[in-house]
Design a protein around this ligand. Sequence first.
Ligand SMILES: C[C@@](CO)(OP(=O)(O)O)[C@H](O)COP(=O)(O)OP(=O)(O)OC[C@H]1O[C@@H](n2ccc(N)nc2=O)[C@H](O)[C@@H]1O
Ligand SMILES: Nc1ncnc2c1ncn2[C@@H]1O[C@H](COP(=O)(O)OP(=O)(O)O)[C@@H](O)[C@H]1O
Length: 268
Amino acid sequence: MLTFPSCKINLGLRITEKRADGFHNLQSCFYPVSWGDIVEIIPADEFTFGSSGLAIPGDSQHNLCVKAYNLLKADFDLPFVQMHLHKLVPIGAGLGGGSADAAFVLKSLNEQFGLALGVSTLEDYARLLGSDCAFFIQNRPLYCVEKGDVFSEISVDLKGYHLVLVYPNLAISTAEAYAGVKPHQPTIPLIEQLQMPIGTWRDWVHNDFEDSLFPKYPVLAEIKQQLYDAGAVYASMSGSGSTVYGIFNAPIVVPNQFSAYRVWKGEL
Ligand SMILES: C[C@@](CO)(OP(=O)(O)O)[C@H](O)COP(=O)(O)OP(=O)(O)OC[C@H]1O[C@@H](n2ccc(N)nc2=O)[C@H](O)[C@@H]1O
Ligand SMILES: Nc1ncnc2c1ncn2[C@@H]1O[C@H](COP(=O)(O)OP(=O)(O)O)[C@@H](O)[C@H]1O
């Protein structure tokens, strides 16, 4: 069976406090983007995992796809499978690509082998694999709090807008990004700011990781400005970086300044 994990952008990201368990509480709206990887899962005589496309750092036995399989295998009588990941979404990009792979493997195994697990059970398994993994079980716009794994409804609909993602060939690990952040409560909760017209978001909707990462990697602020110069109604870094995105009213010709970078564009 083939499955097509997608990725996400963060519409605003406020880091509100450091928790006793070392993680951080946050406020964000996770919004699905249709760029993604490809995973094939076929029943086999023994478990194997392979990948192609972009190189993934680390031992393949620690790949989130393998972890997702092992998690379900520990609780259910799953057959062995041959799993292959074709990696297209950049790593350390703030797009949640690895988390999406894991969540889509959970959903695919559930469907393929008739485990009959519901959404909330799948989300519980996903939470064990990473803070932003549970989002990809429902994979629809959601307001996220706590570790980014507790959800509520939000009426943000960007259908018809055009998205440009710019990955500046620079991987930023999530741990590095959190290490530089100074948690604080926003004066207005992000969920209220996102109810304002998108044309006002530039003044209100903020990604707190920009405060420490833009001075460290000035190219990120340059890309954001270039996206505004190209006519974006809103531009921001996604998640813990390094991807910077622009939301446009209409399709654009990608500016020449981005020719050295990995660029994806499509409709939201
Ligand atoms: C920043 C966000 C926001 O969307 O996503 P990315 O931009 O990385 O995709 C997420 O919080 C990333 O979630 P995820 O990538 O799943 O992180 P995890 O594997 O759970 O944790 C990696 C490390 O990040 C830190 N971490 C993560 C989540 C969180 N709420 N607080 C944290 O402090 C911890 O140091 C942890 O050891
Ligand atoms: N299937 C996978 N795809 C991408 N990264 C993976 C995967 N499995 C494990 N990882 C590890 O997860 C980290 C990157 O996660 P990813 O979700 O791609 O980035 P980000 O958190 O910036 O969105 C890297 O340390 C990488 O080695």
